[in-house]
Design a protein. Sequence first.
Length: 333
Amino acid sequence: MLIHLPRASAARASEITPESVYLSRRAFMAAAGGLALGASLPLRAETGRYAEVEPATAPDWFTAKLADTQWGAVPAGEEALTPFQDVSHYNNFYEFGTSKGDPARYAGALQVEPWTVLIDGEVARPGPVSLESLVQPHRLQERIYRLRCVEAWSMVIPWLGFPLGDLLRRAEPTGQARYVRFETRLAPEQMAGVRSGFSLIDWPYREGLRMDEAMHPLTIMAVGLYGRVLPNQNGAPLRLVVPWKYGFKSIKSIVRISLLSEQPQTTWESLAPDEYGFYANVNPQVDHPRWSQATERRLPNSLFSPNVVETWMFNGYDEVASLYSGLDLRKFY
């Protein structure tokens, strides 16, 4: 399905430095007056779009899927992409440590093949399914989305994935299914952060959505980015992407999807309910207790080029506003 986002969802080209410019500070200075000409990365043929990103070893099922990928299903509009180096080396994935560089440093230990996802709860077709079988019926789509972290930094990422709603329909939800709960893989021997005695998280990491949020066409399951298989530090081999919510809702390395009749308890909501609510919709009018959410630092940035931009309600994806009609988004944050 080809999805065209309204103009309000498209961002401005001036907000991001393209990868080719990021690679050289001198090139950045030379291009400062003409970013519009270089806002997109060089494209290759259907088998991949991003010639400047080093290809990664990918499983056969992923390579086969690339040939039929729907490129540009949700384009960037006027917005350029965050460099792959930032996308893959500035991450929150506490299973591998609390520093932004820890996931890239340590997530290589995570074994992503073979991978099985358990689908259970209020479904007519419960059971474990291999990742290959889970993805096989779905055509991959390129979706270029903004990612807004609750810590007030942001990126623009070209994901490869498919609608979560299509997957849930295959499981045949019952009439009692009103919420979807997700769990991240728990593998202490491969996850240094889980083994840490300083962690306050009750593993495994858990997240959840209302059923209508999960079924919205913008919500996807991602298996790749930048035309290549998803790096471990970005949530390989399967992660959720919900672009109008803060990034911690987009749970990584999923091994279980449960459809429930009652609202599930989520990890950050359990740890600090006054800071991280169940909905976690991007809302510049509701500040975090320790910082404003009115603006964000768009990566890449530096001391001399802070790249601070205005935060938009629902991260700019106004088409989801109807999901929350009549809901007090200050109370249900």
